[in-house]
Design a protein around this ligand. Structure first.
Ligand code: COA
Length: 464
């Protein structure tokens, strides 16, 4: 192994020592061991990215699993590419592929929009492709065939299998379907279980690094988030299986669950908050209907505390997103509770979670996968939780009409519970009029009179 890195060398020596017998056995019958294969594929990042062809589609590993050294090397090499599409979802790295000078060389096609990509997408120098998260692996088989997968994985285990670590999601399916796989092998990538491995023989080029994973800072939880968390907690019964989205609200919900029992996790992602509840014994996965005793997840995003927790931890299983987020899989968990957030809800109960008017703010992610799967679950509850106002209290998020151009993320036919700091509106089975009334009751008091006037115009009766 060519790495000068002492950590990598140490781990490598250990593997060599433990498995020397197997290697010698294979050599004696003239079969290349995985270690020989691994060594043959070692290159620098600069060499690896030269193999990306022009007129191709590159899919990069997701979220905290982004192979930042490879992505940055590709961006540095941009002048040598023509017409390369870079597909990424939650982008936590530098997003250099959106810079103006990339025009004609690299163009970003986003499956989700975030801080690093929002401006380019709304200016028109990058694109957004709407898709339910669970359908993305299928896109990689047909509508968006993958030429190159840039992935980040753990060190190989004794048998030559590297773990996709914190990101199985669409990253493993992208590698499974790519013509060329370039891997950043990072000794700091945790080894996680489930169906989350790739053998070194399936990788074309390997670049060794020792680099801290990208981290998601802990969100600030204020009084509003705490109140939302408490209102959500009232809907969560002992023995429920939870899906939690990203951010302050899911973390606030977790803080309000310390007195619950026998909770389980089947979630697109989870963060540090789950570790605390697991260590307290509140989450034990004992009442789950499928994968009993295990937390099932497709990606992980948090701090080193989370990444250390999942490393070599058999209580966490990772599968690709077409399994974890498939509504038909989610529904198998009885008492499933999903908790996601949004930007605006109208009187019909139409939920916009991804745009502010025409401005693409984020993406659908797994929200609808979970709203639908949860609604089909026996005793399931699909919660959309949000602060009642936006823009420092100047705008109500509960509105008679969505802003012009807004995308409907969760439809009025799918919506179930809306929660704010002022309470819970249960919308399923309610008439349009009853929905509007229930929503006004949990709007911020500063906006209730205004909303009541709109109610009276629309429904031709007094709001009370
Ligand atoms: N009109 C105008 N501005 C609005 C607004 C509205 N209706 N709603 C929110 N905003 C502004 C906020 O004021 C805030 O800006 P500020 O920080 O300058 O005040 C900004 O938009 C972000 O709003 P906030 O509610 O703080 O966003 P968030 O970081 O909590 O994320 C979502 C909320 C909805 C964007 C996020 O949950 C999401 O992307 N959801 C869709 C995907 C999903 O649910 N995935 C689930 C599985 S992970």
């Amino acid at each position: 192994m060519s790495s000068g890195n002492p950590y990598i060398k140490l781990k490598y020596d250990y593997i060599m020592l433990s498995y020397n017998r197997n290697v010698l056995l294979m050599r004696s019958v003239n079969i290349l061991s995985w270690i020989d294969i691994y060594k043959q594929k070692l290159v620098t990042a600069e060499e690896a990215v030269k193999h990306i062809p022009s007129n191709s589609r590159v899919v990069t590993g997701h979220a905290a699993g982004e192979p930042t050294i490879l992505v940055d090397a590709m961006v540095d090499n941009y002048i040598h590419y023509e017409n390369v599409e870079v597909v990424h979802m939650v982008a936590m790295g530098k997003c250099g592929y959106t810079r103006p000078e990339m025009k004609g060389h690299l163009r970003h096609n986003a499956m989700f929009v975030g801080v690093g990509t929002r401006e380019a997408i709304n200016e028109g120098s990058a694109d957004y492709s709407p898709s339910f998260f669970y359908e993305i692996p299928k896109l990689f088989k047909n509508a968006l065939p993958v030429d190159v997968a840039l992935i980040q994985v753990s060190l190989p285990d004794a048998h030559g299998f590297c773990s996709f670590g914190v990101s199985c999601d669409y990253t493993k399916p992208a590698a499974d379907n790519a013509k060329l796989v370039i891997a950043q092998v990072n000794d700091q990538m945790p080894r996680t279980f489930g169906d989350n491995f790739i053998h070194v023989s399936e990788i074309n080029y390997i670049v060794e690094v020792s680099k801290k994973l990208l981290e998601l800072p802990l969100p600030k939880i204020g009084e509003v988030e705490k109140a939302i968390g408490e209102n959500c907690a009232k809907l969560i019964e002992d023995g429920s299986t939870l899906q939690l989205g990203i951010g302050a609200i899911p973390d606030a919900v977790l803080l309000s669950l310390k007195d619950k029992k026998d909770l389980g996790i089947h979630s697109e992602m989870f963060s540090d908050g789950v570790v605390d509840l697991y260590n307290l014994g509140v989450i034990n996965n004992s009442k789950k209907s499928i994968h009993k005793g295990k937390m099932v997840v497709t990606f992980l995003m948090g701090t080193k505390k989370l990444y250390d927790f999942v490393n070599d931890n058999p209580s966490v299983e990772m599968y690709s997103v077409d399994y974890v987020n498939n509504p038909l899989v989610i529904m198998k968990n009885s008492k499933m509770v999903s908790i996601n957030s949004c930007l605006q809800v109208d009187f019909f109960g139409q939920v916009c979670s991804e745009s502010i008017g025409l401005k693409q703010f984020s993406g659908v992610g797994g929200q609808v996968d979970y709203v639908r799967g949860t609604s089909m679950s026996d005793e399931g509850k699909a919660i959309i939780a949000m602060p009642s106002t936006a823009s420092k209290g100047n705008l109500s998020r509960i509105v008679p009409f969505l802003d012009q151009g807004s995308a409907v993320t969760t439809s009025r036919n799918d919506v179930d519970y809306i929660v704010t700091e002022y309470g819970v509106a249960s919308l399923k089975g309610k008439t349009l009029k009853a929905r509007a009334a229930a929503l006004i009751a949990i709007a911020h008091p500063n906006f209730r009179d205004e909303l009541a006037k709109e109610y009276e115009i629309r429904f031709k009766e007094v709001y009370n």
